[in-house]
Design a protein around this ligand. Structure first.
Ligand code: DQA
Length: 145
């Protein structure tokens, strides 16, 4: 069974109340509950981790107990050489997901340390983007559906 790690970066724990006009009204808990249900349908194993700390995200990647990552690195997308290096070091494909479309926003969000090494990027689809990533992963790497 394909093992998917959903890795969520800083401030995503505040989804639901954080700038809902940009990020929507779904909480992280409800997004994860929806993903867990879809993963069960698809026959994919799924785990979740959120942190506001760069090193904690990197430590979680170093555990390497997954086959594929769905990653919303949030603000670290635009700043973190260390997260990029960790993704390359663990040799696991990852889907880059953003609720909003960073390329359509502030100029500084066009700086992206992860995009060119991601297997795929889904941006601007809101919470649905995570489900789309999961479905693409199941189609690519296996699952029951
Ligand atoms: C985000 C976009 C980033 O620019 C921002 O820093 C976030 C969330 C998104 O999901 O749209 O925290 O990754």
């Amino acid at each position: 069974m394909t093992r998917v790690l959903v890795l969520q970066g800083p401030n995503l724990n505040l989804l639901g109340t954080r700038e809902p006009e940009i990020y929507g009204h779904d909480t992280l808990e409800s997004i994860h509950a929806g993903l867990a249900a879809r993963a069960a349908q698809l026959g994919v194993d799924i785990a979740f981790f959120q942190s506001n700390h760069e090193g904690a995200l990197i430590d979680r990647l170093h555990e390497r107990d997954f086959d594929v990552v769905i990653l919303n690195a949030a603000g670290y997308t635009h700043t973190s050489v260390a997260l990029r290096d960790a993704l390359l070091a663990v040799h696991r494909p990852f889907w880059e997901v953003h609720l909003s479309d960073p390329w359509a926003r502030d100029e500084f969000r066009r700086v992206n340390f992860l995009h060119d090494i991601a297997t795929a990027t889904i941006a601007g689809h809101g919470a649905r983007g995570y489900t789309e990533a999961l479905e693409q992963i199941a189609a690519r790497f296996g699952g029951r559906a």
